[in-house]
Design a protein around this ligand. Structure first.
Ligand code: PHE
Length: 340
């Protein structure tokens, strides 16, 4: 009777072990058969009821069953371990011949590229790069530039007022007086930065855009110096065949004043849609620093003269890359920016 039970346990254990596919299930089987409350132990506990002849026979059989189960257990454990290792090895295979995933490398924004170039050009001519605040006093943005409170020039440069005399600057020209108050001639600076105007957004306007101001004050500075400096800059940016022209204009803080055009890079002066049939594209405002402006900053206009200019960074960037809509520069669309 007990013999049969033992044989049955052995058979069952063997088949269960064979099918067992995981380490924790294997442990459960060990407990089920060999544990203190296991099936084999249960049988052994009944041995007391056996006769003196039967006891050693059954005892021997029980031992061999235990041994068999133990051997099977450790054999299966070893198998499972190597199966697991093989599976892992297979899953984690690296195909070193696959092409690598390409990493997206960022680029400089086209405005930054142009600005860096402009800086490089002027640094090469001995200019210094200075910065001024975007939140500016009315005084530096307007009054020090010959634009008193009732001056009509304010109408074209409306902006956001923080208080009656603090505003978002409308032009980098605000840096002119700041520099002239601190530094005495010779002065050679450029000052790039953001400027703000109450303009509606369209293909050529934005309430926030960028300018680069230039200011030179020294003895016997003339319009020829201005012309030569601008020409050099434009040729460096647009190529040797780039031509510029100065057109009479009015700015309250320069006298005489000029608007500067470049020959259309698209049609070379013939007239095309790009330049609205003008053949020329306006790119900056400039002029000789007004004597009164010099005077207000404590520089004697009888001794010194100077020129100033303000470049629209967007304008020249759009020109050189043939970008037709200014908004593209601010949308941060990687498909657009990736082209430069
Ligand atoms: N600040 C002027 C503008 O924004 C440009 C300018 C700069 C004109 C310097 C003359 C001298 O229109």
């Amino acid at each position: 009777m007990m013999k049969e039970q033992l044989e049955k346990i052995k058979e069952l254990a063997e088949s269960e072990l064979e099918k067992c596919g995981a380490a924790d299930a294997l442990e459960a089987l060990r407990v089920k058969y060999l544990g203190k409350k296991g099936e084999l132990t249960a049988i052994l506990k009944q041995m007391g009821g056996l006769s003196a002849e039967e006891r050693p026979v059954v005892g021997q059989l029980a031992n061999s069953v235990r041994q068999t189960i133990e051997e099977k257990l450790s054999a299966r454990a070893a198998e499972l371990k190597s199966e697991l290792a093989a599976k892992k090895l297979k899953e984690e295979t690296l195909d070193v011949t696959l092409p690598a995933k390409s990493r997206t490398v960022g680029k400089l924004h086209p405005l930054t590229v142009t600005l860096n170039e402009v800086k490089e050009i002027f640094l090469g001519m001995g200019f210094e790069v200075v910065e001024g605040p975007e939140v500016e006093y009315d005084y530096y943005n307007f009054e020090a530039l010959n634009i008193p409170p009732d001056h009509p020039a304010r109408d074209t440069q409306d902006t956001f007022y923080i208080t009656d005399n603090v505003l978002l600057r409308t032009q980098t020209s605000s840096v002119q007086a700041r520099v002239m108050e601190k530094k005495k001639p010779p002065i050679r600076v450029i000052s790039p930065g953001r400027v703000y105007r109450s303009d509606a957004v369209d293909a050529t306007h934005s309430p926030l855009f960028h300018q680069v101001e230039g200011l030179v004050v020294d003895k016997s500075i003339t319009m020829a110096d201005l012309n030569g400096t601008l020409e050099l800059m434009m040729k460096r940016i647009y190529g040797e065949d780039c031509k510029i022209r100065l057109r009479p204009h009015h700015f309250p803080f320069t006298e005489p004043s000029a608007e500067v055009d470049m020959m259309c890079f698209n049609c070379h002066g013939e007239g095309c849609p790009m330049c609205k049939n003008e053949g020329w594209i306006e790119i900056l405002g400039a002029g000789m620093v007004h004597p009164h402006v010099l005077e207000m900053c404590g520089i004697d206009p009888e001794v010194y003269s100077g020129f100033a200019f303000g470049i629209g960074l967007e304008r020249i960037t759009m020109g050189r890359y043939q970008i037709s809509d200014m908004r593209l520069l601010y949308e941060n669309d990687m498909r657009f920016l990736g082209q430069f």
